[in-house]
Ligand binder design. Structure first.
Ligand SMILES: [Fe+2]
Length: 335
């Protein structure tokens, strides 16, 4: 079957329409969109009478690099699961504001309430504008904030940490007024922030940023994301959901889109929609993998915060240089 043009980039301009069932299946197959399921932290089972179903999406990177039909298919896969709530952990856009209308349109297609935190690419493209588009589309942004939602007769508390990569995370602000007696789920673009959230009573944190390394054959991602980018959490589940050894767990989603290189290879590098059944005990449902050991830091690892700040400074420097070049060219042309 030949698909009509519903993509961006090499698939033509984005078309705002829903995909048919057969199209979703074809896009899922061709672009390898996986649906993975996990139980929540054991603590939720004590706090909830019935499971709460959370769908996790991350790193959609709506823009030129990722075909728009992939974004559409991911939303349809999410809707079909009938989650109680959808959470999106940053990098909504790619490099610019050019696709904010498409992003808003996509977000409005999500049938459950949507909550999100920003990622580094959102800030690099312009955090205020991205946030405005998301709010217009009905997404509740938790920038260093928490909120409690009512799901039937039960409540779920969400704690959102702003992007740590670009220096916007403020844990104290995010946790202010948080109740310790409610089932609580954390959101952070950068997974390494989870450890401190566990210590503050957030037992499970969902995150993104790494795209699982995208190329995961021969464990290449452990070298690129672990060794080079110096992340301890690369893809999937880390920590503990029983409270033994570690007080909490973190999940790093592989994401849907990409910002630079569209290529994804290997099972772990596949695009991913992840369902979390909060209130179901670990071991009570078939999961893609159990908790993994964190990637050991490289011997020459420098302070993560310092490294992120340096990367952000390099980005701002490149951006300023580019803008100065444009200004100079414009000035020369107008003279
Ligand atoms: Fe990303």
């Amino acid at each position: 079957m030949t698909l009509p043009p519903t993509g961006s980039g090499d698939d033509g301009p984005p078309t705002r329409r829903r995909l048919h069932r057969a199209e979703i299946a074809e896009v899922r197959e061709k672009h390898r969109i996986r649906l993975r399921r996990f139980a929540g932290h054991g603590r939720y089972a004590e706090q909830l009478d019935r499971p709460i179903r959370v769908a996790h999406l991350t790193d959609m990177h709506v823009g030129l690099v990722t075909p728009f039909k992939v974004q559409l298919a991911a939303i349809e896969v999410t809707n079909r699961e009938r989650p109680d709530v959808v959470v999106i952990t940053g990098d909504f856009v790619c490099h610019s504001h050019a696709y904010l209308d498409e992003l808003g349109w996509l977000m409005k297609r999500i049938e459950a309430p949507v909550f999100g935190v920003l990622g580094n690419h959102d800030y690099w493209a312009g955090g205020a504008e991205v946030q405005k588009a998301l709010k217009r589309a009905g997404v509740e942004m938790l920038n260093n904030a928490n909120t409690t939602l009512q799901i039937g007769s039960q409540r779920l508390q969400l704690v959102g940490l702003d992007d740590a990569y670009t220096g916007h995370a403020n844990r104290r602000k995010a946790l202010k007024g948080m109740r310790k007696d409610l089932p609580t789920l954390g959101l952070s673009h950068i997974a390494e922030e989870a450890d401190a959230l566990w210590d503050s009573g957030v037992p499970l944190v969902l995150s993104g940023h790494t795209h699982a390394g995208q190329l995961t054959v021969a464990r290449l991602n452990e070298w690129t994301i672990g060794r080079l980018a110096k992340h301890r959490y690369i893809h999937g589940l880390y920590g503990s959901r029983t409270g033994e050894e570690q007080p909490g767990a973190v999940y790093v989603g592989a994401g849907i889109g990409a910002a630079v290189m569209p290529l994804r290879m290997g099972d772990r590098g596949s695009r991913e929609v992840t369902m979390f059944e909060l209130g179901v005990l670990p071991g009570d449902l078939a999961e893609h993998h159990p908790e993994q050991a964190a990637h050991a830091p490289a011997p020459d690892t420098i302070d993560e915060d310092e490294e992120r700040a340096a990367a952000h400074a390099r980005f701002l420097e490149r951006k300023a240089k580019k803008q100065n070049g444009w200004r100079a060219r414009l000035k020369a042309r107008n003279q």
